[in-house]
Write a protein that binds this ligand. Sequence first.
Ligand code: ZN
Ligand code: ZN
Length: 362
Amino acid sequence: MSTEIPEEFTAIGVVDFKKWLEPKEFTYKPRPARSYDVDIKVECCGICGSDVHLASGAYGEIFVPMGAGHEIIGEVIRVGDGVKKLKVGDRVGVGAQCDSCGECVRCSNHHENNCRNHVLTFGGFYKDVNLPTQGGYSDYYRGSEKFMFKIPDSLESKYAAPLMCGGITGFRPLLTAGVKKGTRVGVSGIGGIGHMTILFAKALGAEVTAISRNHNKEELAKQLGADHYIATSDEDFEVKNFDSLDVIVNTASAYEKSLMNRVLQLLVPFGHFVAITAPKAGEMIEIDPLVLLRNNIIFSGNMIGSPGDIEHLLKFAAENKIKPWVEEISISESNVSKAWKRMKAGDVKFRFVLTDYNKCFK
Ligand code: ZN
Ligand code: ZN
């Protein structure tokens, strides 16, 4: 009992890195199906900051054509013989990772997201068949059931989509840092991931401080539920707010050197600073070791989450009625172009979700 699957899927993406802001429709052959692979008909897909980073070649010009999108929601239309947890008709999500080796120590310990042989959902590569991976700006998607997750019925697709990458990226560090009722959490950067991190931290019972470069987002931060606001443009902000935070999740791309060292002083001894977004390839984070020492700061990084983390996130989001702020955009070449341009300009509150797939892909 399965819908007929076309031999080629149709996607929208970069066909020429010199004209990356003019994405085009193209067709591609999905990887040969493995026994544990699942085919889905895509319903919607969030636009993550990584889409723009990879499409613009910020991490190198990887390959063309490249269909972006790793916040995919769709309906299962075919399952392989070895598929155990999903069935045709299920509504599922796929995040930034679509495979791992399954054999190394990290995979065995449920750190699949840190597997050295992880495969990215788009912009990645299946070595076994020598094929690049294509993402969710596409009519269909094929991938391993291990990195596909059933969406709880009460969670609307447009809200579930941004959770698949941005949501887990903001949620996982809060768990790592042991955030609970009363923890004082700073969320630096009020954008796609940052706004979801504020929503999650509030749902965990934390007292939340939004941290931004200036006062422009103060009102928005309050609407998101933040209790306090720190603008790093304010003179002596670190002196006035010394020891005010137990945890900082940095969702902003970068801090120039001196600013990072000032922000770290907001933390209490043994406070956690978690970096979850990467600046452009080659850019470094610069920290004065004495700032780390004097304040006993725990500095860490986080890359998305494991399949187990994502299951936990979806359950938590459904129970706590987490609703990311989304703007729906009907998928088409021109609308993807517009959305990417607006992302570049920071003109989004706070996540685009591509919809209307049936209108675009006949
Ligand atoms: Zn592995
Ligand atoms: Zn992402």
